[in-house]
Write a protein that binds this ligand. Sequence first.
Ligand SMILES: *Cc1c(COP(=O)(O)O)cnc(C)c1O
Length: 476
Amino acid sequence: MRYVSTRGEDRGSGFREILLGGLMADGGLAMPVAYPRLAAAELEAMRGMNYRELAFAVLRLFAGDVPEGVLRGLVEKTYTAEVYSNGRAGEDAGEITPVRTLEPGVHLLALSNGPTLAFKDMAMQLLGNLFEWALEEDGETLNILGATSGDTGSSAEYAMRGKRGIRVFMLSPYGKMSAFQTAQMFSLADENIHNLAVRGVFDDCQDVVKAVSNDLDFKREFRIGTVNSINWARVVAQVVYYFKGYFAVAPEVGAPVSFAVPSGNFGNICAGHIARMMGLPVRRLILATNENDVLDEFFRTGVYRPRGTAETRQTSSPSMDISRASNFERFVFDLMGRDAERVKGLWREVSSQGAFDLRGTAEWAGIGQYGFVSGASTHADRVATIRAAWEKYGVTVDPHTADGLKVGMELREEGVPLVCLETALPAKFEETIWEALGRAPERPAKFDGVEKLPQRSVVIDADAEFVKGYIREHVA
Ligand SMILES: *Cc1c(COP(=O)(O)O)cnc(C)c1O
């Protein structure tokens, strides 16, 4: 598979070349030159596969330059019951992403049983193993520099801990993460993990990361990389569970199934779009936002108007508090008939006028063919949905999953099974669960008392020069 940029660059890059990179050289995002299409017989053959087999079948189509034996080995090492079972008992304990039926036609796809209890582990754990392999092959090392408000940073640290050739320097806003998230990250004792707690807010952390990355000499000398949500390998690893969810609920191969996806950076639902483009019979991709409704606004009106940080609200589904959806450009590239000049023009309009408007274009008139519908959810909706799910189904859902469930129930269609993606476990968001249910959420046994473990972090000012010095000192 060859990869091109959404802004036009085509240097014949393979999967290996884009694996460790972020943006393409022209500022665009990597996209496969064409989507592999699966015939009905191939889908039929995938039906009985377990998660590892499915992951290999999907990934090999996109990573042709990773030797098959290597890819199979990495997939088998990644998707084990041990990593993804979270101490669950019962008949589905060995399953990687089990489906739970809430009521006839409505299902929950459990994606949050990885090490940090959020769906990001589904892709990040694979990324850790892919990175370690690729770096060893090339005799290289990588220093991952990132900023996190919670989920991404912990998922990255649990994926990269103890990996040869990789160090992680993760900036987080000092005192602003939940006690659970802080403990999850700061209790890691691995030597290659560095937690830098920044006096400031998340945006200050991100500004420091940007400033360090903009120093190209430093970036090159110290081999600075990222694991943010635009990484193609992360997106493609997420395609796998749409297949898994589809086969789990479709009465027969070919029957339509819809998915409800709590969305922020558009990474998760972008994977659903790719699965659909590959020929998986997905009917609706139901995009759910919280009060930060940039994406809902686009799919309802044709206007994309990313917000500034001042306009981004802090909500009780914090991992969706996003003002500009970094993977959205991938879908727009497809929507524009893969015309990179058009895409470039649209993002120029975003820079100069703060928005683009597709109303009146042929592309907007044809958007229905992609299956997207959308809705938004508020704090009150979230709390009501958590309460209703507990009363009706005896299931505790986390606030993000609740956003998806709420919008999914509104936009589902008679006779079409709905799969709601569970993107985190409620244990991560105690406060909202208390508000909704008057009790604490269940917590997997392995996290009992995690807040009491010794913690390791360095408190610093939001100072890029200091961070460079810190990295220099710790890269022996
Ligand atoms: C990251 C995250 C999301 C948003 O996913 P995107 O891929 O950014 O759209 C939703 N829910 C949870 C719990 C998350 O951690």
